[in-house]
Write a protein that binds this ligand. Structure first.
Ligand SMILES: [Zn+2]
Length: 346
């Protein structure tokens, strides 16, 4: 009997070693542990033995049964692991020959205009800063010379948070933070910063008014900055954006954060300056406010207005994108209408 068990054990080992596939294991399990399996038969044979021999042999058969069961489970794991490794080794991670049906996204028209302007200014040595969208009342108003009770506050109603902060109404809200971050410029090395951003106003929405829009602001501060610097940078910028030689003119304009302040107009591209309905027969289109930074704003930013001067300009990015692509309705930009938004390219 015990001899027979040894034989069964040896046979099992031999058969198991020859196994390469997972499903062959099941065959072996049936052959040894199944209803008519060798181990099952050996258990049945126990009944022919006397009590003592049965006890000894019974233990051995059960031990063998456990051993075979365990070995099968172990071997199954080993095979699974082996097959998994083989699968990994044979898998090509990326098959570049499969045709792709993934739709590639496109840039939003405002993103296109923004990065175009950023590129222009970067070549002229400007740093790009990213102002926060949630701002303190100070940064949005007092810091740019709009004290409480100033009429400009009524014109710029916005969304307030419960903690008293607000969604910024203009990119100028970043001026104070930027001045404090970089400090007074070194002689001959003016501070040149461009800061685009999303702005908010509590507006009734129509074809030309949105509660969410984009601006892009720039400033240059140094020991010898004048209006002619401002005009130069504006001409370069606008000629690049509109891809033509742009003429500009300045008209006096009032904005609390600049002194003197200007409205910058560009010559009308449609009529070339002779007058048409688009430019209301003036030959000029109003484009952006700009001016020399108000001494109060410099002082609040920690820069001595007796030593330094600077210019600032604010560009309506949304408005510029409308002009560049001839988009009539401002609501398109936030509409999520992909069919329309996808048609713009650089
Ligand atoms: Zn015109």
């Amino acid at each position: 009997m015990l001899e027979n068990l040894e034989k069964i054990k040896a046979q099992f080992k031999e058969e198991l070693n020859g196994v390469n596939m997972k499903d062959e294991i099941e065959r072996i399990r049936v052959a040894f542990l199944g209803k008519k399996g060798l181990v099952t038969e050996a258990l049945k044979d126990l009944r022919n033995l006397d009590v003592e021999a049965k006890k000894v042999a019974g233990q051995q058969v059960n031990l063998l049964k456990d051993e075979i069961e365990k070995a099968i489970v172990e071997f199954q794991k080993t095979l699974e692991e082996r097959e998994y490794q083989k699968e990994i080794a044979n898998t090509e991670r990326y098959d570049f020959s499969i045709p792709s049906d993934v739709t590639v996204g496109t840039l939003h028209p405002i993103t296109i205009v923004q990065s175009q302007i950023e590129d222009i200014f970067k070549t002229m040595g400007f740093i790009i800063e990213d102002g926060l969208e949630i701002q303190t009342e100070f940064n949005n108003f007092e810091g740019v010379n709009i004290p409480k009770n100033h009429p400009a506050r009524d014109m710029t109603d916005t969304y307030y948070l419960e903690n008293g902060q607000l969604l910024k109404t203009h990119t100028s809200a970043a001026q104070n933070t930027i001045m404090r971050k970089y400090g007074a410029p070194k002689p001959g090395e003016p501070l040149k910063v461009l800061f685009p951003g999303r702005c908010f106003r509590n507006e009734n929405i129509d074809a030309s008014h949105e509660n969410t829009f984009f601006q892009l602001e720039g400033m240059m501060i140094g020991d010898d900055i004048s209006i002619s610097n401002l005009i130069y940078f504006m001409k370069v910028l606008l000629s690049e954006v509109f891809e033509r030689d742009v003429k500009v003119r300045l008209r006096p304009g009032f904005f609390p954060f600049v002194e003197p302040g200007f409205e910058l107009d560009i010559n009308c591209a449609i009529c070339g300056g002779s007058g048409c309905p688009t430019c209301k027969h003036s030959g000029w289109l109003e484009l952006l406010p700009c001016g020399m930074i108000h001494p109060n704003v410099l002082r609040l930013g920690g820069i001595d207005p007796d030593k330094y001067t600077g210019f600032a300009f604010g560009l309506g990015l949304t408005r510029l994108a409308m002009m560049k692509y001839n988009i009539k309705d401002i609501r398109l930009f936030n509409s999520g209408n992909l069919k329309q938004l996808r048609q713009f390219t650089i």
